[in-house]
Ligand binder design. Sequence first.
Ligand code: SF4
Length: 396
Amino acid sequence: MATFTVDFLGCKVSHVDAHEVREALLRDGHREAQDADVAVISTCCVTNEAVAKSRKAAARAARDHARVYLTGCAASLRGEPFSGLPENVVVVAKRPEDTAAFVAGDVGAIGCVHADARLERVRAFVKIQDGCSFSCNFCVIPLVRGGSRSRSAAAVLREVARRVEQGHREVVLTGINLGCFRDRAAGYDLPRLVREAGATPGLERLRLSSIEINHVSGALVSALLETPTAARHLHVPLQSGDDAVLRAMRRRYDVQTYLRRLAPLADEFNLTSDVIVGFPAEDDAAFARTLRTVERAGLTKVHVFPYSPRPGTATEFDDRVPPHVKKERGARLRALSHELCLARWCTKVDDVVLIDRPGRGYGDDYTPWLLDGPVGAFVRVRADRVTEEGIVARAA
Ligand code: SF4
């Protein structure tokens, strides 16, 4: 038997990929432990910083473990970002679907142990598709993960049911470009999947991890509104609030489309987003339009990514905006996002919170609440006061 640790950097898909390796190793009879023989790190390459962090994590792990497997996006990045690391580091540049089996095969099966014993029980991430067939000019994801492909609806629904049976209270449907999910043979698209996954007996909450605005259709909005378990939260990447920048990024919408499609959700849903600052075509006026769009769309939390050119992309050699300008724009956007979060939190009177870690939990709309209670419990709360980190709750 080997002992192992599994870690991930980056997004929820990286989290799911790491979890798949973890389950495969547990299934093969290996044991999770702090001082492990084997470390698995699901890496990220969305920015230069993410690659540097992945490399640092690999170098650190190589000192403390006999073998280190690097999986995920940065492992498939052109330019060998992990060259020169010690010999006990294995870079697994494989399709996500094949990665868990490869790592488990390399570590070697030693028996069959029931894998469920040590699973976290609060929130489960279920991957419904992988890859992306869009080609945004800045994005390296289609190059490292390939084009969009979907799991079958039956496999997804089975996994949702299994996660609920294991005791998970909330399921997050996850993918790289979720709206591209299709099971043509069985006649499923994302709205139908939401309705059926949401009706899984025993499921209490269903979330979507992130959705492109082009896929926020009338059918999807209806499915979300008419599915009682569907959370009132959507994460919809904006990337820029300026039409010329959106065109230069090769995004497939303009600002008006973004605003129009979110309008039916604005009252009831908490809307969050991703924005890139310092993209080559972004001047001061364009950035000012982005700030305005964030407010007009009713967004709250915005994840800010300072632009960095990615190898193999259309903008690989274009990085005109100076670092101090990116930094300053990033700080302004984060400050606005924080202000918008606080404004929303101040309107909250009560909620039902799922405690997902000691001292903290999330409402249905992904508002953070600060409270004590057993991890995994749903608690009805009233707002006491708003702090920088969330709303302090008292029992209702
Ligand atoms: S939609 Fe664009 S930004 Fe998102 S993964 Fe696909 S190419 Fe990248």
